[in-house]
Design a protein around this ligand. Structure first.
Ligand code: F6P
Length: 322
């Protein structure tokens, strides 16, 4: 093999740059030329290839976001878009592609592999919802940003004896919300995976108020049936009996924009190096992830066919600590 390419796709995640750096540097060590593709699959279709040398990825390990840019491409979801992408890879003499991203991105990687192009995925999403990796690049930093916000909101909540609904990201998966609730000492957590009874939440708030608590925190995953906006609407009719004054904070993309913490830089460096090692072995059509603290590969067809579930022990723990 002489030439590989790397792209970042889907929602950016802190640590993506460290993964790009690791792919480029270990690829060059293997004697390969490494190309970066701008703006994910969109750039692959539009032929936006740039040569990356070892120095081009200097000074990026500490930066959030992705220096290559990212996108969510509708055209790439079509067979015509995928064939165009493969044509561009072949025309640029690229023999192997590394895709850094989450569920949608790895579904795209699987499609390219199924069409015969050699691809290796790297598990990266703040949602941590990817089968084939216990932890994904970006989630730990995003979690800590959410925690900092929760800690601050608790201070102002206590000053006014208020309850806060704090919405964190997580389109289909409640991992971030669950971990933020446990580590942030929340009274309740609302998850997409578990049915919510708003009446029960109202009672939790009333009880906490009657016990004399200075504040109450409910962490809500954005993808839950009752997200923060819907819960706020529901509670409008019940304001009096809640006791607490109620406020809503939606953290949104703030969680994605941080500088990667040590854990994400190290994870991304390990997975980036793991991806080029897999390529050197001729192992393609796999996701490189971390399972039981080991860098592992899982076939992309297994990754896309399975849903990562929340750890029931963590759900129980959250209930015990409320
Ligand atoms: O998948 C990562 C994620 O941050 C989700 O938590 C969130 O729902 C989504 O991306 C937001 O996507 P966008 O950046 O396109 O608004």
């Amino acid at each position: 093999m002489k030439k590989i390419a790397v792209l970042t796709s889907g929602g950016d995640a802190p640590g993506m740059n460290a993964a790009i750096r690791a792919v480029v540097r270990t690829g060059i060590r293997n004697g390969w030329e490494v190309m970066g593709i701008r703006n994910g699959y969109e750039g692959l279709i539009d032929d936006r290839f740039v040569r990356l040398g070892a120095r081009d990825v200097g000074g990026i390990i500490q930066r959030g976001g992705t220096v290559l840019g990212s996108a969510r491409s509708e055209e790439f979801k079509t067979r015509a878009g995928q064939l165009k992408a493969i044509r561009n890879l072949n025309q640029n003499d690229v023999e192997g592609l590394v895709v850094i991203g989450g569920n949608g991105s790895q579904t795209g990687a699987h499609a390219l592999h199924a069409l015969g192009f050699p691809v290796v995925g790297i598990a990266s999403t703040i949602d941590n919802d990817l089968y084939g990796s216990d932890i994904t690049i970006g989630v730990d930093t995003a979690l800590n940003i959410a925690l900092e916000a929760i800690d601050r909101l608790k201070i102002t909540a206590s000053s006014h004896q208020r309850a806060f609904l704090i919405e964190v990201m997580g389109r289909k998966c409640g991992y971030l919300a669950l971990m933020a609730a446990i580590a942030g000492g929340a009274e309740e957590v609302v998850l997409p995976e578990i049915e919510t009874d708003p009446e029960k939440l109202a009672k939790t708030l009333t009880d906490a108020y009657e016990r004399g608590k200075a504040h109450a925190i409910i962490v809500v995953a954005e993808g839950a049936e009752y997200n923060a906006t819907r819960l706020d609407e529901y509670f409008k009719e019940h304001r009096e009996r809640l006791g607490f004054g109620l406020r809503v904070t939606i953290l949104g993309h703030v969680q994605r924009g941080g500088a990667p913490q040590a854990s994400d830089r190290i994870l991304a460096s390990r997975l980036g190096a793991g991806a080029t090692e897999a390529m050197a072995r001729g192992e393609y059509g796999v996701l490189v992830g971390l399972i039981k603290n080991e860098v592992t590969t899982t076939p992309l067809e297994v990754v896309v066919a399975n849903k990562k579930l929340l750890d029931p022990a963590m759900v129980d723990l959250a209930k015990k600590l409320d």
